[in-house]
Design a protein around this ligand. Structure first.
Ligand code: HEC
Length: 147
């Protein structure tokens, strides 16, 4: 027993650092449940003719056009496919999407900033996603993320 067997891999550790720093996924996936509970436009759908206007439907606030609620990332590698339209099957595809800065549209969140990740950094983020299964997320140091 003891901490060792729950310890996440070195790659996942590096992924955690990226998640909080360079990539700043914590701009939106913050706190113990990996969600700020808020709504953001990532541009999902805006490359189709079936745009979901998201929170705008209820708020009528133009700032909410295409804004969807940040989901939790707990157990994420068990809950594919990803995004509300299920367009991504793997965590790798999700990371690539963020690395491109989402999908351009007039209402894209200004928190979507392409980080230009290296191949290793992408792999580390994917490893970190895997570590959010089961016991994994419990060893993730709690919050105090920079905003
Ligand atoms: C601007 C806010 C924002 C940022 C920054 C952000 N996300 Fe997200 N994330 C969201 C929202 C909103 C969704 C839901 C989109 C949808 O359903 O179409 C989402 C969905 C996801 C999903 C799919 C969840 C599911 O159950 O379908 C994953 C995985 C994910 N994000 C990982 C990340 C990672 C990794 C980063 C950093 C590289 C990141 N996110 C940065 C807001 C954000």
């Amino acid at each position: 027993m003891g901490g060792e067997e729950h310890a996440i891999s070195e790659s996942a550790q590096r992924g955690l650092t990226l998640f909080q720093t360079k990539e700043r996924c914590t701009r939106c996936h913050s706190g113990l449940n990996f969600t700020d509970g808020l709504f953001h436009n990532l541009g999902i759908d805006w490359d189709t003719d079936q745009v979901d206007v998201g929170r705008y439907k209820v708020s009528n606030d133009p700032d909410d056009i295409g804004a969807l609620k940040t989901p939790t990332l707990r157990e994420i590698s068990r809950t594919a496919p990803y995004m509300h339209d299920g367009r991504f099957v793997t965590s790798e595809e999700v990371i690539d999407f963020y690395d491109r800065g989402g999908i351009q549209n007039h209402h894209l969140s200004n928190l979507m900033i392409p980080p230009n990740l290296t191949i290793q950094e992408k792999a580390d983020l994917v490893e970190y996603m895997r570590s959010l299964n089961g016991e994994g997320w419990e060893v993730t140091p709690p919050v105090a993320f920079p905003q």
